[in-house]
Design a protein around this ligand. Sequence first.
Ligand code: CP
Length: 308
Amino acid sequence: MKNLTGLCNLPAGDIHTLLDLAAVFKKRLVTPDPSFSVTLQNKRIALVFFENSTRTRFSFDIAARHLGGSTLSFSASGSSVSKGESLGDTIRNLEAMQVDAFVLRHASSGAADFIAGITAKTVINAGDGSHEHPTQALLDIFTLREHFGAVKGLNIVILGDVLHSRVARSNIFGLKTLGANVAVCGPATLLFSDTSHLGVSIFTDLDKAIEWADAALVLRLQLERATGGYLPSLEEYSTHFGLNDERLERVRKHLLVLHPGPINREIEISNNVADRIQPPGYSKSMLLEQVTNGVAVRMAVLQTLLAG
Ligand code: CP
C-alpha cells in the first residue's frame, strides 16, 4: 500500500492487518513501552487541511509524533491558496520541499485521488467532499470490533444525513467488506436515491431500525448543507430521527452508539445518549473511545504506508 484514498476497493485482509496493528499501538498508548522503537524518523508528513478539523488533524499529528515523524501544518487561509494558487501547485511545491506524505482534507470529492495522480509521495485522504473519509471508518470499525469481538454478521444502522456523508460511504464499503449487515436510516431526502449497488437496506422508521440494529452510527446533520430544501425543520428532524432516551426506552433495545463528531447536541443525538458511557440506560456511547482509537488507527495507517 502506498496511498489510502478510500475503502471502496480495500480488501478485507488489508483492513484486518491495519486494525490488528492499531490494536498493538493502542496497547502501547495505554501502557507506554520504553522499548518501543519509532519507525518514522526523518519522515515529514504534511497535514494539508482545506476544511476545518479537530479530531482528524490532531490525531494524525499525535500519531505521527508517536512514531517519531515530524509534521507540517497547512491551512488554506494562511497559505498562497488565498492568492489563487491551485491545489496541484500547492502539492508540487510542498513535494519540492521533500515532504514524504500528504494527509489531505478538501471540500471537493475526488481531491485525494487527484493528488495521488500527480505526486510520487504517499497520499492519505482525511475527508474529500461527500466522497470518502477512510481513516474515520477504520476507527469506527476498530471500535465495533473491539467491543463485539468481530464485525462479521453485526447489524449496523447508519443514521441521519447519509446523502452528504463521506463517513457513511467509507463505513458502508468497509463494513460490507468485513461481512456486516448495513442499513441506512433517515428522511428520504437525505438518503441515496439508489442503494442497490451499495448492498444496504433502508429504514425510514427509526424505531424499526433500532429494533434491528446492534449498533448505530449517528451522523452529524450537516447544517451547512442539509437545511434548505432537504428538511421541513430541525425540530421535525429531531422528532423523527433524533436518537434519545424516550425512543430507546420505547423500543426497549440496548444499542451501542457511535458518532464521528462533531455532534449537534439535541438535534441528531440527545445529551444523555451522547454522554452515557455506562448503565443505567438503553445505550452506551463510544464517542470519546472512538477519538482515542483514532490515534491508534492513524498510527497504523502511517506506519503501514510510510514504514512498510
Ligand atoms: N470526524 C471528523 O472528521 O472530525 P473532524 O472534522 O474534527 O476532523
